[in-house]
Design a protein around this ligand. Structure first.
Ligand code: SAM
Length: 282
């Protein structure tokens, strides 16, 4: 169990559900920092008046710039998009509305989805749909995008969604554009690289005995979590004398995957594909 005393970090504040729960459980003298890129999250964070809570509007890839080595007792990363971001059709994350193709988690994100859709090559689009979307019809969708945009740029969520439907035709359990939208969101926000940087920084800033909890929604993310913490660099006798960094290479224990119970899925259907892992610095 983790002690309720210490310094904690919520890397993905969203609407603050997890942060509020953490604040309820930690001692009065403990501190909680929370990050999010989104201005809406910043507004939501103002409702928290706890004196030891601080919100930072920045990318979680930068957490290493804010905290010293071995200074945090607990870190939480809840990957992906929040429900309010998805439900606000004007943000462009959802195929249900008709809005500009934006999909940025915050104004500081450099490119929009419209730029990706209209500027990436057919091969790049296919790669995204295949790797980030695990979309079986990647080639046909990428080809259709390139054909259509030669006549007129694709600029709204409805245009993109209709285009995907026209290629896929058949409707199964999920909306046909789900995987394409997911892939584009991951590319626009550089989600895989940001997570990689955040995990690497967590290794360093977590105290011995401290824990990191990661909730992920994509197999690439979970694989990255596993690989980042299972790696243990082995040094050879020929490297003697070892540097301090070599001698102090930390190791980690990593839990199995926890999946949500049916009760939680009924209450929050978006949790259905989530995977949670707990990593402890030894
Ligand atoms: C799944 S939601 C978190 C929900 C939150 N746990 C709650 O209880 O409301 C993910 C949040 O992370 C933010 N986010 C995603 N990538 C980020 C990054 N690289 N840096 C900072 N915030 C990020 C998104 O803007 C979004 O608000």
């Amino acid at each position: 169990m983790l002690s309720p005393n210490g310094v904690f970090l919520d890397c993905t504040f969203g609407q603050g559900g997890h942060s509020r729960e953490i604040l309820r459980r930690i001692s009065k003298s403990s501190k909680l920092f929370a990050f999010d890129l989104d201005s809406e999250a910043k507004i939501a964070s103002k409702k928290i008046t706890h004196k030891n809570f601080k919100f930072i509007q920045d990318n979680f890839k930068n957490i290493g710039n804010y905290f010293d080595k071995e200074s945090l007792d607990g870190i939480l990363i809840d990957c992906g998009v929040s429900s309010p971001q998805l439900d606000n059709t004007l943000r462009g994350f959802s195929f249900r509305g008709d809005a500009p193709l934006d999909m940025r988690f915050g104004e500081s994100v450099k490119k929009t989805c419209e730029e990706v859709i209209n500027n990436y090559s057919e091969r790049e689009l296919k790669y995204l749909f295949q790797n980030y979307g695990e979309e079986k019809q990647s080639s046909r969708i990428a080809k259709k995008i390139v054909t259509i945009r030669k006549k007129t740029p694709i600029s709204t969520t409805k245009e993109l969604s209709d285009l995907v439907i026209s290629v896929k035709k058949s409707f199964k359990k999920i909306h046909p554009a789900t995987q394409v939208f997911q892939a584009l969101r991951m590319e626009v926000n550089d989600e895989i690289n940001n997570l990689k940087n955040c995990l690497e920084a967590s290794k360093r800033i977590l105290k011995k005995g401290g824990i990191l909890v990661v909730i992920s929604f994509h197999s690439l993310e979970d694989r990255m979590v596993k690989n980042t913490f299972k790696e243990k660099i082995k040094y050879h006798e020929k490297d003697i004398p070892f540097t301090n960094d070599q001698l102090q290479t930390p190791s980690f224990s990593i839990s199995k995957v926890f999946k949500p119970h049916q009760e939680e899925i009924d209450f929050n259907p978006r949790s259905r594909s989530s995977k949670l892992r707990v990593i402890r610095k030894l």
